[in-house]
Write a protein that binds this ligand. Structure first.
Ligand code: HEC
Length: 205
């Protein structure tokens, strides 16, 4: 007997049900999500990233930060993300509206960064940390991102952007370490990572 037709229909049904469950139903649920008005203000949430921060997102992807850092806060009862201080609420679909492709991450060698902009707003701190994580966080296993910084001979006035390094990390006299355009964009991106705006849908677990 020839079962080719039955097998063909069976295979098609399997693909169709997977497509329905993984693509079509989520699209119906979340496809037309919109920004919402922030209570007590004329502003809306979320906002697309500004120019420099949007560029910095590319540096984040290229630097492989996503291999060690997540950007997702799990609800209470599903781990200790909120207790650890990684965010005041869980993250929801609306937080990722403009995040394409999203950078959820899968591995937490380092802390979650969904709200790093709120937790650590200082650009000075971020530059020292990226230049060498051991300066701000002794014993850190995060790699240095020195290629994002330039060692320059000081000619005339030292740069206003030069890193204020502790004595043991200072370059030779007459030299300074300055962030490249990529480093500045990356820090603008980290400072823009802030999903602390309260949202109704994040209240129910
Ligand atoms: C090999 C894993 C690894 C990679 C890759 C990595 N990190 Fe980290 N990161 C860590 C670890 C571990 C820590 C915690 C110790 C510390 O603060 O340095 C950390 C901490 C941080 C913190 C401070 C978080 C806090 O809550 O204080 C920031 C910000 C950060 N990383 C940004 C980045 C960025 C941006 C990149 C990419 C350019 C990156 N990391 C790449 C492992 C990594």
């Amino acid at each position: 007997m020839n079962h080719a037709a039955t097998i063909f229909v069976g295979v098609m049904l399997t693909f169709a049900s997977a497509w329905l469950g993984l693509v079509f139903l989520p699209y119906l649920q979340l496809g037309n999500i919109e920004p919402v008005a922030i209570e007590g203000s004329s502003d809306t949430y979320p906002k697309p990233l500004g120019g420099l921060a949007a560029q910095g997102r590319g540096v984040y992807v290229a630097g492989g930060c996503v291999y060690c850092h997540t950007q997702q806060i799990r609800p209470e009862g599903f781990g200790a993300d909120i207790e650890r201080g990684w965010g005041p609420r869980r993250t929801v679909a609306r937080d990722y509206m403009y995040d394409r492709p999203h950078l959820f991450g899968t591995n937490r060698t380092g802390p979650d960064l969904a709200n790093i902009g709120a937790r650590q707003p200082s650009s000075k701190w971020h530059h020292l940390h990226l230049y060498n994580p051991r300066i701000t966080s002794p014993g850190s296993v995060m790699p240095s991102f020195r290629y994002l910084y330039e060692k320059r001979k000081i000619t005339g006035e030292p740069s206003k952007l030069a890193l204020e390094l502790p004595e043991e990390w200072k370059p030779a006299a007459g030299y300074e370490i300055v962030p490249t355009a990529e480093a500045r964009a990356l820090v603008a991106y980290l400072q823009a990572l802030d999903h602390t705006t309260p949202l109704k849908e994040a209240e129910t677990p």
